[in-house]
Every structure is written in structure tokens, then in C-alpha cells.
Design a protein around this ligand. Structure first.
Ligand code: SF4
Ligand code: SF4
Length: 60
């Protein structure tokens, strides 16, 4: 199960991007971050560092 970013909560601080050991997080055109679910190892690091609580496990 990969993690996903709720773009309505993301403020584009990019803290998560530097913390991801898999390099699965990148910046989208609007400056917010997105997770490549194919690369995500579900370690939960990004979710624990996000100041907005915008990163949550995918339900399916
Ligand atoms: S859960 Fe881990 S591997 Fe997946 S995007 Fe977050 S930091 Fe990267
Ligand atoms: S840490 Fe949270 S608020 Fe900051 S860019 Fe990542 S998802 Fe967005």
C-alpha cells in the first residue's frame, strides 16, 4: 500500500521530498508535491514529517 498526498492540504513546502528514501516524491506544475506510487515503499516517513498532515496511506 502506497501513500498519497492530499493536494488540497499540501502547501508546497517540499519537506517530504527531501526525506523520501525511495525518491518517489516530485513537484508538480502547481508547486505541490506528488507521490509516484510505483516507487513508494510505504515507509511512512513523508507522512510523519508533513506539517500539514497532507500525506495519508492509500486505501486501495
Ligand atoms: S511512504 Fe516512504 S517511500 Fe513512500 S513516498 Fe513517503 S517517504 Fe517515500
Ligand atoms: S511535506 Fe506536506 S505540505 Fe510539505 S510539500 Fe510535502 S505534502 Fe506538501
Amino acid at each position: 500500500m502506497a501513500y498519497k498526498i492530499d493536494s488540497s492540504k499540501c502547501i508546497g513546502c517540499h519537506t517530504c521530498m527531501g526525506m523520501c528514501p525511495a525518491g518517489a516524491i516530485s513537484t508538480s506544475a502547481d508547486g505541490k508535491c506528488v507521490i509516484d506510487t510505483a516507487k513508494c515503499m510505504s515507509c511512512g516517513t513523508c507522512a510523519s514529517v508533513c506539517p500539514m498532515g497532507a500525506i495519508v496511506p492509500e486505501n486501495k
